[in-house]
Design a protein around this ligand. Sequence first.
Ligand SMILES: [Zn+2]
Length: 264
Amino acid sequence: MLIDTHAHLYLDQFDDDRAAVLDRAREAEVETIVMPAIDVPSIQQAVDLCAQTDGLYAMTGLHPSATEEATDEDFEAVKEWCHHPSIVAIGESGLDYYWDRSFDDRQHAFFRRHIRLAIEADLPLVIHNREATDDILDILEEERTRTDHPERMRGILHCYVDPPAVAERAWELGFYLGVGGIMTFSNSEVDEYVAEVPLEHIVIETDSPYLAPEPHRGDRNEPAYVRDVAKRLAEIKELSLAEVAEVTTRNARNLYELPDADGR
Ligand SMILES: [Zn+2]
């Protein structure tokens, strides 16, 4: 059984065939799909999908790119969702230096608010990082020394593409590395980096509909393809697919506190 720890299934790219996408995920033995929010409306959309289908879970949060326009009321709404039974994490929050550097101060302020909320609500935090690795780790370390509950800090550094030294800093802060499509691309070095990260610190993801893994590169991504991520990870680790599935699924279940397949 596999878990896709990061898929935006509520986006309109899936409006025409969402049921078929979910069927294919089930055929690929993807038992659970966790949906990160990007803005306030997306939280409701994800929670609505959770109500319709078993094995779906949602997050509450504002994507860093949404923080340019986000208001205090938006963050209040994010907070209110924390206690909903379908919500298993805060995210995706973080820093994105790739698209627009004109509102870094807002990105930083909202990232800190999400970190503090995750600690207060005792939920894992799913972090989006684009060309901002050092600032993200520095801010996490700073917030960890500031809180009364450092042991509650945990989560996933999603779309992991950094050298092993970053992985070590992240797992020491309680974060798993979320690996996905980029690891399967022949022109990336991520496979070499991931080879040096113990499987105990790795979870797998698609980031659907973006970043489809090989052999689907360039197509719309979907949760069934997390199996292709797992297969590549098995090659890199020289393990069987079953072994990779077992460990990464256990990691994700522990972090998101998900019931196992028997409902326990
Ligand atoms: Zn995402």
